[in-house]
Write a protein that binds this ligand. Structure first.
Ligand code: SAH
Length: 354
């Protein structure tokens, strides 16, 4: 039995079943056995891949969008350029290369990375050598200056609780133990004040997810951006308002049972952008836009054609496939959404609308 599974069974035996959020936090971030604590999960040899790992175009276009937002707010100096959960540092490296030509941007920026994983911090240090990034454990530690921030597939990794509608109350989904195995169970239904507004748009048996850590991060970002200026570009799978069970495990690029191998699979849930936007007030938020539409508005087709002109054979085929993968509705184009947080009266970053 793995160390983490034994630890979870002992914890359940002592304290009773865990919320899905506690289970997720242990699996992802346990300092000795947690998924992110022990590996670099990205890429072909890992468990999943992400937009910046698919094509350089993603980081280039997001970077230029963020630089334009910085210029539209009067090019404040200095400012914090920050990323939440930067993975291998690929998105930030592409952003930095693409923004070299933006006058004053590199001189004014102070690069900050919020990252929990030691192996990924090491990968980021390699990818961003020469840019002197500073790492921090959480968004509250970002410096007190205008903040221009990216978060791609960060919020989906934050722990969620799950509730199942039962009459006027809600049962919470829990992770317990039976015969030495981890199993899902449900608590008795009780009213939940935080879900009172969801009685109007759900039916018996519907699942609603709440991501308290995501709301806390959004509240910190929103207060920071409203007070000091800046913008946050948030990209993730999810939708406006949580409905349904979206808790999932990925292992070796295939869906897995989330309880089968704790600490060995990536665990995520879809992002409820409505709760992020609400928690971020008094910062304003853009409308939610599908990733494919957003990238087309930023000119991905022109950039793809310019890059294609220098490629041939299998490299050209891979490039064409990557463009399709990022934008096509059957691939990442529709499931992934983009939303910006910004000061109420500032212009929006390009590609987004109120
Ligand atoms: N943005 C990257 C990686 C996405 S994977 C990309 O698009 O490729 C999720 C990232 O968030 C990883 O870097 C992971 O280590 C980090 N992460 C997950 N939970 C975190 C937490 N609670 N605090 C800080 N970083 C976290």
């Amino acid at each position: 039995m793995s160390g983490l599974k034994a630890h979870l069974l002992a914890r359940i035996a002592a304290d009773g079943p865990l919320s899905v959020a506690d289970y997720m936090a242990e699996c992802l971030l346990h300092p000795e056995w947690g998924y992110y604590a022990t590996r670099d999960p990205l890429g072909a040899a890992g468990d999943f891949t992400t937009a910046p790992e698919i094509s350089q175009m993603f980081g280039e276009l997001l970077g230029l969008a963020l630089a334009l937002a910085w210029m539209d707010q009067g090019a404040p100096t200095p400012f914090a350029l920050a990323e939440l959960g930067p993975g291998r540092g690929t998105l930030m490296a592409d952003l930095l290369r693409a923004t070299r030509a933006v006058p004053g941007f590199h001189d004014a920026m102070r690069l900050h990375l919020v990252e929990a994983s030691p192996p990924l911090r090491a990968a980021q240090a390699r990818a961003l050598e020469g840019y002197a990034p500073q790492w921090c454990d959480d968004t509250a530690a970002l410096p007190d200056m205008p903040l221009f921030l990216l978060a791609n597939e960060f919020f989906d990794a934050l722990p969620i609780r799950q509730f199942v509608r039962d009459g006027d109350g809600w049962s919470e989904r829990r992770v317990g133990a039976r015969d030495g195995q981890l199993v899902f169970g449900l608590t008795e239904a009780t009213p939940q004040a935080v879900l009172a507004h969801r009685l109007a748009d759900t039916r018996d048996g519907d699942v609603v997810e709440i991501c308290a850590p995501g709301q806390a991060v959004a509240a910190t970002l929103g207060a920071h951006i409203a007070a000091r200026g800046g913008a946050a570009l948030i990209v993730d799978y999810g939708d406006w308002r949580s409905l349904g069970d979206t808790f999932q495990a990925l292992r070796g690029h295939a869906p897995a049972d989330p309880l089968a191998a704790p600490g060995q699979a990536d665990l995520t849930a879809h992002v409820d952008f409505e709760s992020v936007a609400q928690a971020a007030m008094p910062a304003a938020h853009s409308r939610l836009v599908p990733q494919g539409v957003f990238l087309e508005r930023l000119g991905i087709t022109a950039r793809a054609q310019a890059l294609a002109a220098k490629l041939e054979g299998p490299a050209l085929d891979a490039h064409v496939a990557a463009h399709r993968r990022l934008t096509h509705p059957d691939e990442m184009g529709t499931v992934f959404k983009v939303m910006a947080l910004h000061p109420e009266h500032s212009p929006l970053p390009p590609g987004l609308s109120r």
